[in-house]
Design a binder for this molecule. Structure first.
Ligand SMILES: [Zn+2]
Ligand SMILES: [Zn+2]
Length: 140
């Protein structure tokens, strides 16, 4: 299950709709991937470790391409290293184990994972203005 969010900048009018959370189709793929990691821990020691502690597998995240100055969503599988600690005090880099690297579909640059679109310090990539990102649609 997931949501679509409508990101809007009040200052310059930049707007984009992004998807957060897995669809039913991706949920099956995530469970398959998780089992594969746990069955092949020699190959994925770090991922297996997090999954057996406070980690969580996720997908359909929102990313920021610094070069294009755009938010983009991608159906990439990732692992939250510590899902519960994340919201309190940690950076995206510390919190996420990128099972696949998020490359921009337009320019090929590696993008930054955006866990919380409602974080206070998250700014418009175009002008640095304040953005709002309310949920505009639910899907499953
Ligand atoms: Zn803006
Ligand atoms: Zn790009």
């Amino acid at each position: 299950m997931g949501t679509y969010r409508q990101i809007t900048c009040k200052q310059c009018g930049y707007t984009v709709k992004v998807k957060q959370g897995p669809s039913v189709h991706m949920f099956g793929e995530m469970m398959r991937q998780k089992q594969e990691i746990l069955d092949n821990r020699a190959q994925y020691p770090e991922a297996a470790y997090y999954l057996e502690h406070d980690g969580k597998i996720g997908c359909a995240g929102v990313y920021l391409c610094a070069k294009c100055k755009e938010f983009r969503d991608l159906d990439l599988i990732y692992i939250m290293k510590d899902y519960y600690a994340h919201s309190i005090d940690s950076t995206e880099e510390e919190a996420m184990y990128p099972f696949e690297k998020p490359f921009c579909s337009e320019c090929g640059t590696e993008m930054k994972f955006i866990f919380d679109l409602e974080a206070e310090n998250l700014r418009c990539p175009k002008c640095g203005g304040e953005i709002k990102a309310p949920i505009c649609l639910w899907f499953d």
